[in-house]
Write a protein that binds this ligand. Structure first.
Ligand code: HEM
Ligand code: HEM
Length: 466
């Protein structure tokens, strides 16, 4: 060993010095009896959330990617920053907008708290969807976790609702017109749509009434419901036997699955992960201001008027299909599929294994690749050449823009299903994986097209052409 390695460095001296000082200060500030008690309180708080021991394999970072934990952290940040924002916000037009100008200009850290709330809310949508994707890819929705899968789905819908109601609160042009477009989607719901839209808006168009309705939902009902469901979600994770793990893992087959204590092994990892994310968010909120355009003007509609980014996939679909199909039938069928999934795709053997099998992984790649090519081609073809409405002008639109395209897409999926079953000898669970990967990728592509490739009058344009 070289001399320099043997000799203690200045840094290690300094570190030891600081840790001794902090220990002394802690000892001096907290009497011995209390230290034990505080430790007990903290430990028992942690052990209310976690079991005392967890399987070593579930600590692996690349299994959960910390996405459930990050959703929790973002919800907590939203709750706290939301409560702070309440201090300087009046839910009436135009005062709401003036309050935000005041917040930006004269309130200490006001803009920073708003940025934190804004970016955390947008990030939460992405992170919750990625958490859903991870749960799906590892088959963790299967029994006994089917109820948690449904609770998670409900929470995702509520997160979208929280984001949508929050979107209006700044009362600028962006908020006003995005919410006008977004709520016009609700009105397309068959039978109840118009009534529901009128109820949400508190009239026929977005107004101060809408602001007050959205505000009430945004700061009480929706977050309280999410926090209540979150507590149940955590409890169920424990009740369902902890995180899903591969049934076939050698250790489990031997009956000697290795477990480690939650404190410190899991808690230490969670703490570091949370601190890194808090630091990142603080940094983002400092660098990137949340958008604030001119004050809302009901007489000056921007062209194009777009919904919030997370609804752009639906807005893009509305350009191609009958609204009842997109706002009524599609969400209905999707919800039935999602909720019933754990009951008919329930093979226990592949739970905890990413992509089910090597073949499942290849099929997922194939589905993503196909969707990346087919979706933009289909959008262009439908815009330029394909038009049931022009070909069959004597038929009502619910057939030419609803029934006929719906049946053609169904036939496409049935043919694709037959093909992968025959050529790849894919099992039911691998076929489900293929279709889900295709649908999700197609929706992401539609969202990107809606956000970046739609210009004046919602015509297809290249992003740099405006
Ligand atoms: C699921 C949780 C939540 C989500 C996803 C969410 C989302 C949002 C969004 C997207 C905005 C618009 C931000 C902007 O661009 O300025 C907003 C604004 C606001 N939120 Fe939340 N929020 C949540 C929870 C809360 C809670 C719990 C409160 C208060 C108790 C709250 C109070 C506010 C207030 C006062 C505003 C208006 C100020 C502003 O626009 O900056 N939020 N929220
Ligand atoms: C506010 C939103 C959510 C929060 C805070 C949350 C939190 C968590 C946490 C902390 C875990 C355990 C650790 C992990 O898997 O990362 C978990 C597991 C789980 N979550 Fe979520 N989650 C949310 C949304 C969702 C969604 C949208 C779904 C699916 C539709 C879902 C379904 C599940 C399932 C099935 C498990 C058990 C996974 C397993 O055993 O491997 N969650 N969630």
């Amino acid at each position: 060993m070289s001399e320099s390695e043997m000799a203690p460095t200045n840094d290690s001296h300094r570190n030891r010095f600081f840790s001794k000082i902090s220990l002394l200060v802690a000892r001096w500030m907290i009497p011995t009896d209390d230290r034990g008690r505080i430790r007990m309180v903290v430990d028992s708080l942690i052990l209310h959330l976690h079991p005392s021991k967890v399987p070593q394999s579930t600590l692996k970072w690349t299994y959960t990617w910390g996405l459930g934990g990050l959703s929790t952290l973002l919800m907590l940040i939203l709750g706290v920053s939301g409560l702070i924002l309440l201090n300087n916000y009046t839910p009436s037009a135009p005062q709401a907008y003036l309050d935000l100008l005041e917040l930006r200009a004269n309130v200490w850290f006001g803009e920073w708290v708003r940025n934190l709330h804004h970016w955390s809310a947008n990030l939460l949508i992405l992170v919750a969807v990625l958490h859903l994707v991870r749960v799906f890819l590892t088959g963790a929705y299967r029994p006994p976790r089917q109820l948690n899968w449904v609770i998670g789905w409900l929470m995702l819908l509520l997160i979208a609702a929280a984001n949508f109601t929050g979107y209006l609160l700044p009362w600028d042009q962006l908020a006003y017109w995005a919410v006008t477009v977004g709520s016009s989607l609700i009105a397309y719901l068959p039978l109840v749509g118009e009534g529901l839209a009128r109820l949400a808006l508190g009239g026929t168009e977005v107004s101060t009434n809408t602001l007050q309705n959205f505000y009430a939902l945004h700061i009480s009902f929706i977050p309280l419901l999410i926090f209540a469901l979150m507590s149940y979600h955590f409890w169920r994770v424990r009740k369902d036997g902890g995180l899903s793990i591969p049934k076939t893992s050698a250790a489990q087959e031997d009956g000697r699955m290795e477990r480690v204590t939650t404190i410190p092994h899991l808690v230490q990892r969670e703490l570091v992960f949370a601190l890194v994310w808090v630091a990142l968010l603080i940094f983002i909120a400092k660098l990137l201001p949340a958008p604030l355009e001119d004050i809302a003007n009901p007489n000056l509609s921007p062209n194009p008027a777009k919904a919030p980014w997370y609804f752009m996939g639906f807005q893009e679909l509305l350009l191609h299909f009958h609204p009842t199909l997109i706002v009524g039938l599609l969400p209905f069928l999707l919800s039935i599929l999602v909720v019933s999934l754990p009951y008919w795709d329930n093979r226990f053997e592949s739970v905890g294994v990413y992509f089910r099998s090597p073949k499942g992984k290849r099929l997922t790649q194939l589905a993503i690749g196909t969707a990346l090519v087919v979706t933009p081609l289909w959008v262009i073809a439908d815009e330029k050449w394909f038009s049931w409405v022009d070909w069959l002008p004597f038929l009502p639109q619910w057939i030419t823009m609803g029934g006929l395209p719906f049946i053609s897409i169904l036939v496409f999926f049935l043919l694709a299903d037959r093909a992968i079953e025959r050529w790849f000898r894919a099992s039911l669970e691998e076929r489900v994986l293929f279709h889900a990967a295709f649908l999700l990728t197609a929706f992401v592509v539609l969202t990107v097209i809606g956000i970046f490739f739609r210009g004046h009058g919602m015509a297809l344009v290249l992003p740099w052409q405006g």
